[in-house]
Design a protein around this ligand. Structure first.
Ligand code: ANZ
Ligand code: ZN
Length: 822
């Protein structure tokens, strides 16, 4: 007997598939197009279990689409700029390209072995000059539209990586996402993308994704964009010099304005040092030193002890006319709202904690029924109630009318306006590192910022840099490469310097899905026609750690490209599937826990198909998979069982199946039909379970049913091969061949489901009264005696025949006969 040998199957079919080039997009002329995309990897090391999971799930969809007759685009490439390569280059005294491209080759071979249905002719690497030329081009286009600009501001600084981090790259505990160092603040002139211009549109767009994207991703993006409705209110501050300066605050509760008993300015905002009274300037400066060390998260925490400095000046409350003190504190952030607040201690807990700490007045302006008076308890109340101490709001008792009334009053007085504030900040894109796309700007003393002319793109990274040259110094290593950095100004010809920062790698990944549509196009970042044909992405699969980073930035890019007339859609990813992660023994895999599972080893032990099958079968895609709870050896046994069917079939291909065993045919067609529905709702684990059931039913039919010669057995085995091709391509291909077909099973098409076979079986039950047939009932063959008796006694014809006589006895022989004695 031939034995199932995963290794042999892999060795046999990989070259055949290679030859057949079966997944090339654009070959099915006239067919509907579908774009399946999965997030591309960073080339650090070889593929790991996480990749294996995403790719296995993603491939179920892509391969299913091929079967359903679509023209499928399923591309793959590498997100190949970034810090890991640069750090490896420092360690190994080489150029980052060495590490990058070596790992890409390793991963490429692993991908091939793993047999994902990618169209490799579209492969791209974001670190190739052919690619980053267009990243730079896009940067220049964004700049022309006023969407890329430079400004000086305090930025998150990782003292270890010696580079700037976007807010998104600082973890909740205030540490660097990449290295874990505590992130600090530093003043720097940096490049930004003006994503804030798109805040409302990006928010509105989320409504259209409802139901097609995971709820938690939509939720995190909404929070990230963070829309707050409120008002800007102007306070006049009288400085020590006697000069009056108007300072605007942002508040979501303008209706509490009568209770604003002091003002607080972010200690580290320029405003604080501009308005501070001379006597308090030293105290402020010392305080700011401390503030810079704290993370934003800490600063906003309600349970944090309140600290601050009295600025020694007063402001006029615009409705009460009172003079209120102005303080500087760290719980107000410099870059949110206007960086200054009106403090309403009675109705804001942080303000009341501050008031208590520094003996500032508390005035209640909302009398919340059943709540104690905050003036006595120092517990702020936030609920609705009648306004008190608030002449303009007399008689009102709910927040929304209070807010509307006070805004109307402020607008009439010219002291404020209703406004909307967003938490979203502009996207800080410059990095002081080498391995990224250089920012295509030249700084000239005479002309200022000069864009590199388009025909001089790409601005290539120098090759003659390695190892220690790349060590972080706080400025980009590029700044030290004299022959690279010094250039003639494109405008005046005078001596000038290139911008030495490189772009955040999230810029590269914000448009790669468009490049895949025409990967070698030289007339622009992508051929507009090709994107019209393929875009937007029908199905995107990837890790949910990208919920606000990549997925928001890619949306922003697409909106801008839409406005530029380059794409005709706004949302890039029509459907999104987020999968869980692979863990082990209940914990995230990590070096320190020693619980890592090596993908290569698993493949060597169990084979590609069993690993893929295990990952798909383990749970619904969105759940985590604990490798300690699954059984790859069970998967191997199942694959063997399925594969053995193909050797047992005894009917020739092409024999009409109409007369085949109906019971088995019903199972086959019901399975195929159900899988069509399961695919829509991503229940791939159930698809595998149904395939297992079909294998069992077929085995039973061969051994103790219709026998191996029945054409229904062939039909079932072929269906198993096609179903298996979604998750276990090697086994499926081998089955397909043994069933007498040419390769490849991936292009076999989806078997047509015979609707007639989906209808439940029924049998006719006869109802007799005193030995005479009085009624007939259509019932399922499995009906119970009690159910059949009840049905019979309720039947209209039977009731008529009984005609009110007393039933003495009912004899039931399910499912065929009911005998009623009257
Ligand atoms: C007065 C007030 C009274 C407030 C009240 C709240 C309750 P969200 O919803 O997050 O937008 N605030 C404004 N700018 C701030 C800053 N830069 N740093 C810290 N806090 C700031 O929160 C808006 C509210 O947070 C604003 O409304 C302001 O306090 C505070 F009963 O103004 B409120
Ligand atoms: Zn110049």
């Amino acid at each position: 007997e031939i034995v199932y040998d995963a290794d042999a199957l892999q060795g046999k079919w990989q070259p055949v598939w290679e030859q057949l080039d079966q997944f090339r997009a654009g070959v099915r002329e006239g067919a509907d197009k579908r774009y399946a995309l999965t997030m591309f990897p960073y080339p650090s090391g070889d593929l790991h279990m996480g990749h294996a999971e995403v790719m296995a799930l993603h491939d179920v969809i892509a391969r299913y689409w091929w079967h359903r007759g679509y023209d499928v685009l399923n591309p793959m490439g590498w997100d190949s700029f970034g810090l890991p390569a640069e750090n490896a280059a420092i360690r190994n005294d080489e150029h980052p390209a060495t590490y990058t491209y070596a790992n890409i080759e390793t991963q490429f071979h692993s991908f091939k072995k793993y047999a994902v249905s990618f169209d490799w002719s579209r492969r791209l690497h974001t670190s190739d000059p052919e690619y980053y030329r267009w990243t730079q081009w896009l940067f220049l286009k964004f700049r022309e539209r006023g969407l890329a600009y430079r400004k000086n501001s305090p930025v998150n600084w990782c003292p270890n990586d010696q580079t700037v981090l976007a807010n998104e790259q600082v973890l909740a505990d205030g540490t660097c996402e990449r290295c874990g160092a505590v992130v600090t603040k530093k003043e720097l002139t940096q490049w930004y993308f003006k994503i804030t211009d798109f805040a409302q549109r990006l928010l509105d767009g989320l409504d259209t994704l409802e139901g097609s994207w995971p709820e938690r991703v939509i939720h995190s993006q909404r929070n990230w964009i963070g829309r707050s409705e409120g008002a800007h209110v102007d306070f006049d501050i009288t400085l020590a010099s006697g000069e009056v300066r108007t300072v605007t605050v942002f508040t979501t509760r303008p209706d509490t304005l009568y209770g604003a008993t002091f003002m607080v300015v972010a200690a580290d905002a320029a405003l604080a040092s501009e308005i501070v009274a001379p006597g308090q300037a030293d105290a402020l400066a010392a305080y700011v030193e401390d503030v810079r060390k704290a993370s934003d998260i800490d600063r906003l925490a309600t349970d944090r002890p309140k600290t601050g400095v009295d600025l020694g000046v007063t402001a006029t409350n615009p409705v009460t006319g009172e003079q209120v003190p102005v303080w500087a504190a760290d719980y107000v952030l410099a870059d949110y709202g206007t960086g200054a607040i009106m403090a309403v201690p009675a109705h804001d807990q942080r303000d009341i904690d501050f008031a208590r700490e520094f003996g500032l007045p508390v005035r209640r302006v909302i009398d919340v029924p059943s709540a104690d008076n905050p003036e006595e308890t120092y517990v702020a109340t936030t609920g609705d109630g009648a306004y008190v101490n608030s002449p303009a709001l007399e008689g009102l008792a709910d927040k929304s009318s209070g807010i509307a009334a006070i805004i109307a009053r402020l607008e009439a007085d010219g002291r404020g306006t209703g406004t909307v504030n967003f938490r979203l900040r502009d996207w800080l894109l410059s990095r002081q590192r080498f391995w990224g796309a250089p920012i295509p700007i030249i700084h000239c003393a005479a002309c200022g910022e000069v864009p590199v002319p388009e025909d001089q793109l790409p601005v290539r990274l120098p090759d003659n840099i390695r190892g220690a040259d790349l060590k972080p110094k706080g400025v980009s290593p590029l700044a030290a490469v004299e022959e690279w950095v010094n250039v003639d100004c494109p405008q005046c010809g005078g001596p000038a310097k290139r911008d030495s920062d490189t772009m955040d790698t999230f810029v590269d990944s914000s448009w790669y899905f468009l490049r895949y549509c025409s990967p070698s196009y030289e007339g622009g970042p992508f051929d507009v026609e090709a994107v019209r044909e393929w875009g937007p992405v029908d199905q995107y699969v990837g890790g949910m750690e990208h919920a606000v980073l990549h997925l928001l930035y890619a949306r922003f890019f697409t909106y801008v490209l839409h406005d530029m007339g380059m794409v005709d859609f706004e949302e890039p990813f029509t459907r999104l599937m987020g999968q869980g992660v692979v863990i082990n023994q209940g914990k995230k895999m990590s070096k320190s826990l020693g619980n890592g599972v090596n993908l290569g080893e698993q493949i060597d032990r169990f084979g590609v198909d069993a690993v893929r099958l295990t990952l798909v079968f383990a749970s619904p895609p969105e759940d985590n998979i604990d490798w300690a709870d699954v059984s790859p050896s069970g998967s191997v046994r199942f694959l063997q069982r399925a594969w053995r069917l193909s050797g047992d079939v005894r009917s020739a291909p092409g024999v009409p199946v109409e007369d085949g065993d109906v019971a088995l045919r019903r199972v086959t067609h019901k399975t195929l039909h159900e899988v069509e529905h399961l695919m829509e709702s991503y229940r791939f684990n159930v698809v595998v379970a149904r395939t297992m059931e079909l294998v069992n039913a077929t085995r039973k039919a061969i051994d103790s049913g219709c026998g191996a010669e029945d054409p229904a057995v062939r039909e079932a085995a072929e269906a198993v091969a096609i179903l298996l091709s979604l998750v276990a391509p090697y086994t499926a291909e081998e089955m397909w061949e043994r069933l007498g077909h040419e390769p490849t099973v991936a292009r076999a098409g989806w078997p047509a489901v015979d609707q007639a076979l989906l209808v439940e079986d029924t049998v006719t039950a006869v109802v007799q009264i005193a030995g005479k047939v009085k009624g007939r009932l259509e019932v399922p063959p499995s009906i119970s005696e009690t159910d059949l008796e009840a049905l019979a006694l309720a039947d209209e014809a039977v009731v008529r025949a009984i005609d009110g006589r007393q039933v003495r006895k009912v004899i039931v022989r399910a499912p065929k006969l009911v005998n009623i004695v009257v």
